[in-house]
Design a protein around this ligand. Structure first.
Ligand code: HEC
Length: 162
């Protein structure tokens, strides 16, 4: 009887010892990893925690992406000179026709195409660019351009011929 109990106790001790030893081993190696920088402790910053515990799926209410709006708003301010702004507008709106001379529009950078038009005076060119002229659509068909945008684009087109 006594020897049987001792045997059970002995085996029980070994099992407990192995479990405790294994646990300590895991804890120690994790601590070592953190100390060496091989294991990143999870950040406890409020937004990181919120990120980890947030619901898996979220309903998208289709709100406009705020970041993009901010970038668009900031763009003109970063544009620097008026010619930079004009160049961007020419590239994005006017080049569609004027790069290739489509519908016999005056070609970008072609002094011969532009000479007779520039002779009319820059105010006529502004007017035709803003209000349209034959096949030339008002504001190049981009109604979101301001008067100043269109003028900057015309200025840039004129500058390209020099
Ligand atoms: C859909 C094609 C198209 C786009 C886009 C376009 N143009 Fe034109 N543009 C023309 C055509 C065609 C003419 C020639 C019209 C004519 O002389 O009868 C012209 C002529 C002009 C002229 C000369 C007008 C004159 O009095 O001789 C200017 C300046 C001009 N465009 C500026 C612009 C600017 C600035 C933009 C962009 C904001 C632009 N265009 C976008 C087709 C286009």
């Amino acid at each position: 009887m006594a020897s049987q109990n001792t045997g059970k106790f002995f085996i029980g001790s070994i099992i407990v010892f192995i479990l405790v030893f294994g646990l300590i081993n895991i804890i120690l190696s994790t601590m070592q990893g953190v100390a060496k920088g091989t294991v990143e402790p999870e950040s406890m910053a409020a937004e990181d925690v919120a990120e980890r515990i947030k619901p898996v799926a979220q309903v998208n209410l289709g709100e406009p992406p705020v970041v993009e709006a901010a970038v668009v708003a900031a763009a003109p301010a970063e544009a620097g000179s008026a010619d930079d702004a004009g160049a961007k507008i020419v590239k994005s709106t006017c080049a569609l026709c004027h790069r290739t001379g489509m519908m016999s529009s005056p070609k970008l950078g072609n002094a011969d195409d532009w000479a007779p038009r520039i002779e009319q005076g820059v105010d006529v060119l502004y007017d035709h660019a803003m209000n349209g002229f034959n096949m030339m659509p008002a504001r190049g068909g981009n109604a979101s351009l301001s008067d100043d945008d269109v003028k900057a684009a015309v200025d840039h087109m004129i500058a390209l011929t020099k």
